[in-house]
Design a protein around this ligand. Structure first.
Ligand SMILES: Cc1cc2nc3c(=O)[nH]c(=O)nc-3n(C[C@H](O)[C@H](O)[C@H](O)COP(=O)(O)OP(=O)(O)OC[C@H]3O[C@@H](n4cnc5c(N)ncnc54)[C@H](O)[C@@H]3O)c2cc1C
Length: 594
């Protein structure tokens, strides 16, 4: 059965991240750093202009947020304009945009309303148009092609009330007696676009001929037995239609089941490939939009707010905060340029591993930006936009942005759980047999990176990143002595999570440095400072991450297990943790009805 690594790896297409796992930074893959070509950019500019006009005409973001409602007729308008199939050819009613331009469109829409951006992103990222290129010729492909051409809104229903992290899906598809169809029964929750979908892609467990597999089914939403039984209201992303399904013996022809090779991941093999770019559209694009806004709002506030006669941007600490926000935004922009300009797994450079990493890197960086901006704006940041508007203050919607951004760290996988799952990609380099790079003991080699275009500080960061990649390999080799089997290491979750977070930091450092060098060669020296600030902060995070990993490996750390066991014991923590507005269902369990 194929692993995630097997699925993403391409023997003839080098991967920067895969090489990093072995301890080697292949700077020549990153430098010269790619950029969108002029013709494609122009095509994207045209689409952006049109969509921006459309958004201004239709969407008042504060009203969508306050009422959790979209304007009447808006979804129909999205369909009519082909906005749900931006990558589909124009002859089939789409826009024929490249992934880079789809990403730009979603970012642009998100800068006005993340809720609306997600409607568009869902369909383009994990809807039927995303699956179409991955479907083999046959009746299923014909069905999907037909629905795409009709402009159907679609969604992917995978998460179940028991939790998305579970490998098993309780929704079952049972073959009918004649074997021509399946009856699907089960529940799904948190499904984006569910309340407005015409077609639902359902993951379900199928047992046939003694084999149990997870399969995908493509089902019209008006099929009897299929219903949306609830709409979810979230802390943020209000107005984004998201709902729960119940399937009660929903009859689906066998031809609507996607038959594919076995795969050991949480999603099916095709879902993984189809939704690869989806993380960029669904998470990274809104993250970039929010990071840009957060940076701009903080800069604006710092220039207009004075403390004791000096504007805030004259203060040392505020300048550091503003610089860090700008550097994080540059990092998201850089990494998504890397993943979006060359999205093809079989292209000259395989960016598949980076496509996975971009979700956590972008959403966490955006969160840092907004959290810092919130502190800069103080109470005005915490206050809602409409409240500020009512008293004629600048109605910056930072409060809404923070609520929206938090969801990006959950949707598609909770951040630290995702670090854990992604951390598994490193393992095949070291288990069962270690295959690290050959030159771990050699001095840091920056061949391939145009260091002549980097400042001394940035060259030092590049040397550090190269050294950290080797450190990763050395750490993994040492860890093998402690955990002989991969499963033992996987049980040490803090180690796996920390290692993956280090990998993400090294990747991002390398990308911003390579881009800074390429831009400097073209005469733009200003990104050097952004790269420097990002790398300096990343180095502090890396130090912390290694400390956490080393402590977990050595055991020289607090006894978290004993502490948790103690917390559960009656009376142990009375007065500190109990009877302080405990959730109602816990209070009832304690016999306290109040
Ligand atoms: C805005 C939004 C849009 C969404 N859109 C869709 C959609 O279109 N389709 C769809 O199917 N779903 C969708 N979801 C669901 C989303 O993908 C899940 O919420 C997400 O994957 C997290 O799953 P969960 O909430 O079930 O929590 P789980 O993944 O079950 O996690 C619960 C807790 O367990 C922890 N955990 C999990 N595994 C481990 C482990 N190995 N070790 C330690 N801790 C662990 C997690 O970190 C978390 O703290 C959406 C969710 C949101 C918020």
């Amino acid at each position: 059965m194929a692993s995630a690594r097997d699925l993403l790896s391409r023997p003839n297409s080098p991967s920067f991240l895969e090489s990093l796992y072995t301890g080697k930074l292949q700077w020549d893959l990153l430098d010269p750093f790619p950029d969108q070509d002029a013709a494609d950019r122009a095509a994207g500019d045209h689409a952006l202009a049109e969509i921006t006009r459309f958004m201004t005409e239709w969407i008042d973001p504060e009203s969508v947020d306050e009422t959790s409602t979209l304007p009447a007729g808006f979804v129909e308008e999205l369909k009519k304009r082909g906005l749900l199939k931006l990558g589909t050819a124009e002859r089939s009613g789409g826009w024929g945009l490249t992934p880079r331009n789809i990403f730009r469109v979603v970012t642009e829409v998100a800068s006005r309303s993340v809720a609306v951006a997600l409607i568009i992103a869902i369909d383009n990222a994990i809807g039927i148009s995303a699956y179409l290129p991955h479907l083999p010729p046959g009746p299923l492909r014909d069905f999907v092609q037909d629905r795409v051409e009709r402009g159907a809104v679609s969604c992917t229903a995978d998460t179940e009330p028991e939790g998305a992290a579970n490998t098993v899906r309780r929704t079952v598809a049972v073959p009918t007696e004649d074997g021509d169809a399946f009856l699907i029964t089960g529940d799904k929750v948190f499904v984006g676009n569910a309340p407005i979908a015409d077609v639902v892609i359902i993951s379900a467990t199928v047992t046939e001929q003694g084999t149990t597999q997870r399969r995908l089914f493509f089902v019209d939403a008006d099929t009897p037995g299929l219903r949306v039984h609830a709409e979810h209201g979230f802390m943020g992303l209000r107005g984004f239609p998201n709902g729960a399904f119940t399937f009660d013996r929903v009859r689906v022809p066998r031809t609507r089941m996607l038959v594919e090779e076995g795969y050991e991941g949480r999603m099916t093999r095709t879902a993984n490939l189809a939704t690869m770019l989806g993380r960029n559209y669904l998470i990274a694009a809104p993250s970039l939009a929010l990071a840009r806004l957060g940076t701009a709002w903080a800069q604006d506030f710092a220039s207009r707010r004075s403390v004791d006669g000096r504007t805030l941007d004259q203060y040392d600490e505020i300048r550091r905060v503003l610089a860090a926000a700008a550097a994080d935004t540059f990092a998201i922009d850089t990494l998504t340029t890397w993943t979006m300009v060359q999205p093809d797994l079989d292209g000259p450079v395989n960016t598949a591993f980076e496509q996975l990493a971009v979700k956590n890197i972008s959403s966490l960086a955006a969160w840092r930006v907004l959290d810092r901006s919130m502190s800069v704006l103080g109470a005005e940041g915490f206050e809602s936009g409409p409240s500020k508007a009512r008293r004629c203050a600048v109605p910056v919607p930072l409060e809404r942005a923070v609520r929206d951004a938090r969801g990006l760290r959950i949707s598609g996988g909770v951040d630290f759980a995702l670090d854990y799952w992604a951390g598994r990609l490193v393992l095949p380099t070291y288990y069962p047999q270690p295959r690290p790079a050959a030159d771990l003991d050699e001095p840091e080699d920056l061949t391939g990176l145009s260091t002549q275009w980097l400042t001394g500080r940035n060259t030092d960061h590049a040397r550090y990143a190269t050294g950290q990649a080797k450190e990763l390999a050395r750490f993994m080799l040492r860890v093998r002595e402690r955990y002989a089997e991969a499963d033992e290491l996987l049980a040490a979750e803090r180690v796996v999570i920390s290692v993956n977070a280090v990998v993400n930091e090294i990747l991002t450092m390398a990308a911003v440095l390579a881009r800074a060098a390429t831009l400097a060669e073209a005469g733009h020296t200003w990104p050097q400072g952004l790269a420097d600030v990002f790398c300096a902060d990343a180095r502090r995070r890396v130090t912390d991450l290694w400390a956490a990993a080393e402590a977990a490996v050595s055991g020289d750390e607090p006894d978290h297990t004993a502490l948790c066991a103690g917390l559960a014991e009656d009376g142990r923590a009375a007065g500190i943790f109990q009877h302080t507005s405990v959730p109602a269902h816990l209070a009832r369990a304690e016999g306290n009805e109040q």
